[in-house]
Design a protein around this ligand. Structure first.
Ligand SMILES: Nc1ncnc2c1ncn2[C@@H]1O[C@H](COP(=O)(O)OP(=O)(O)O)[C@@H](O)[C@H]1O
Ligand SMILES: [Mg+2]
Length: 251
């Protein structure tokens, strides 16, 4: 699905130039759950922007589902993002004083999906992200941290992307709520076959993926299968009650 060959990315020019990626090559197959790990400044976000078609490499080739996206124009990249990629960010900006359902319908407005279709798809995405129906009409500023990330995941799912990219999605959540979010991502991967790339600097979080790619100073220093991925749903059960009650307790 993703084929990166000798990708470099240099910011700035001349004396100021800084090469954040120094020749990255790897392949991710459809249905994989991969974590990209590395310390701050190692190039994780730069790589995610390239994989997510938000930016193009300085050199090298990137083939996404048989199309070379490394030389596409901004308009072409926007089209690929809309059709194929869902993003979950750390500081996800939901519209405040706007219902959960409307927040999730929003990407479909931009994609020119008919109105009745928008609501149907937004409801389905929210269910897949594990948010219960009685929260759909809540305003987004009335939600707990864990619920907000579920809405963020639903928003990433609503255009039915083949690829979900999550950049530090648990970055500002406590560890119990982080598990709820990771459990949602694992379920989307295992039960629904979504390809997931999870970016994190925390080993505990990365260990939920089936494969770990480690970056350091803009290079891949390790790429290995995780023989014993942690199961977030099981871990969540260690805290008493269902995951919904965990989320509520933390709100
Ligand atoms: N727009 C930019 N202009 C110049 N340097 C940048 C820019 N974005 C990132 N960098 C530099 O590239 C390196 C990698 O950054 P980044 O990809 O954000 O790493 P990470 O996400 O792993 O913390 C850092 O040294 C950072 O300062
Ligand atoms: Mg980053």
């Amino acid at each position: 699905m993703i084929e990166l060959s000798d990708i470099t990315k240099t910011y700035g020019e001349g004396q100021e130039a800084y090469t954040a990626l120094k020749g990255i090559s790897f392949t991710i197959r459809e249905g994989e759950f991969v974590s990209i790990m590395g310390p701050s400044g190692s190039g994780k976000s730069t790589l995610m922007h390239i994989i997510g078609c938000l930016d193009t490499p300085s050199s090298g080739t990137y083939v996404l589902e048989d199309r070379d996206v490394s030389t596409m124009t901004d308009d072409e990249l926007a089209e690929v993002r809309k059709d194929k990629i869902g993003f979950v960010f750390q500081a996800f900006n939901l519209l405040p004083r706007t219902t959960v359902l409307r927040n999730v319908m929003l990407p479909l407005v931009y994609a020119n999906v008919p109105e009745e279709e928008r609501e149907r798809r937004a409801r389905a995405a929210l269910v897949s992200a594990g948010l219960s129906e009685d929260h759909f009409s809540h305003l987004s500023n009335q939600l707990s941290g864990g619920q907000i990330q579920r809405v963020a995941i639903a928003r990433a799912l609503v255009n039915d992307p083949a690829l979900i990219l999550a950049d530090e999605p648990t970055g500002n959540l406590d560890s119990k709520t982080s598990l709820v979010v990771l459990g949602t991502l694992q379920k989307l991967n295992r039960a629904h076959g979504r390809t997931i790339v999870l970016i994190t600097h925390e080993p505990d979080i990365a260990e939920h993926a089936d494969r770990l790619i480690r970056l350091r100073d803009g290079r891949v220093v390790a790429d290995e299968k995780n023989p014993t991925p942690r199961d977030a749903t099981q871990e969540t059960k260690l805290y008493d009650g269902t995951d919904e009650s965990v989320t509520n307790k933390l709100s």
